[in-house]
Ligand binder design. Structure first.
Ligand SMILES: [Zn+2]
Ligand SMILES: [Zn+2]
Length: 306
């Protein structure tokens, strides 16, 4: 007998885990690393999820032409154009899952941070837009341009970005963090958008969240709409799979990343552990630190991620 299950979920009720790729090689040596901080930076022996760059800009070279210090197989990364149902495990070969992955990808950002002690050297990782707040009256824009102008815009907003704490150990000030959005193709200069960090909000479990202020209303509205799409796609996928897929059996994971500061890619694999940090077998490269991990484990709850 077949029974139809209808799931009604309020937006406030949905739990979407904020799981980020964090390089695990030095988790157990955290104290050690803190002590030798500057020395480590001088030697360029950065955690392997971080890419060292000589410019605070995205890379326009195709990923498959870049030499990899991690010796990762770059053909395992799919770009958003070539990603297809065949790249997904059998049980997830459905347009709703593909749409979910693509909706998260719209929220991915390239994160650049200047290394404190080394002029002309930048650490690069990946982050994700977490929340957007838009203000339309009685307040003044706090973006750098408006602060300097003396005539701040009254319509403005702030964008919360989440990334790995490890990436930000190279920074002095939050204002030095640069985010590049919509780096989707090697030719995509016209579509790129930029945000600068302006205030830290939290730093827990290896996840750092910070705000960027802007009065680019088109950008704010676009990101706000992408967040809504992501939630909608998550709810649709939840309704479809929560009864039938056992996460303990599938352990499906998709990393949305900017390896080597190249355009957006996904890396697909399985997770083996959710706590204290997510461990997985998907291909990773320098530049993937802080990448959002899509883990559609609809039968696990918040406690499994804490
Ligand atoms: Zn690589
Ligand atoms: Zn402004």
């Amino acid at each position: 007998m077949c029974s139809q299950v209808t799931v009604f979920l309020e937006r406030e009720e949905i739990f979407v885990p904020l799981a980020l790729h964090q390089y695990l090689g030095d988790v157990n040596q955290e104290n050690n690393d803190e002590q030798k901080g500057d020395k480590q930076i001088e030697l360029l022996t950065v955690p392997s999820g971080i890419s060292c760059q000589s410019a605070m800009d995205v890379v326009k070279t195709p990923l498959n032409t870049i030499a990899c210090e991690n010796a990762s197989d770059h053909s395992k990364f799919k770009d958003m154009k070539t990603l297809s149902l065949n790249d997904l495990p059998k049980t997830y070969q459905n347009d709703d899952i593909l749409a979910l992955i693509k909706s998260v990808a719209e929220l991915a950002v390239v994160v650049h941070v200047p290394v404190s002690k080394q002029a002309g050297l930048y650490w690069q990782g990946t982050g994700k837009v977490e929340e957007v707040f838009i203000f339309k009256e009685n307040t003044q824009c706090r973006c750098m341009k408006c602060k300097a102008s003396g005539n701040p815009s009254k319509e403005w907003g702030k964008v919360m970005i989440a990334t790995s704490t490890k990436l930000l150990t190279a920074r002095k000030y939050v204002t030095e963090i640069k985010c590049t959005l919509f780096h989707d193709s090697e030719e995509g200069e016209a579509t790129l958008a930029y945000l600068n960090g302006d205030a830290y909000t939290s730093n827990e479990w290896g996840v750092c969240k910070f705000f960027c202020y802007t009065c680019d209303m088109d950008l704010l509205n676009k990101l706000d709409a992408y967040l809504d799409v992501f939630e909608d796609k998550w709810i649709i996928a939840f309704a479809k799979y929560y009864k039938t897929i056992k996460s303990a059996e599938e352990k499906f994971l998709v990393m949305i990343c900017h390896p080597h500061a190249c355009k957006k890619h996904v890396s697909i694999g399985t997770w083996s552990k959710l706590r204290p940090f997510v461990t997985f077998d998907a291909a990773t490269c320098p530049g993937c630190e802080g990448s959002f991990l899509v883990i559609p484990c609809f039968d696990v709850d918040e406690d499994d991620f804490s």
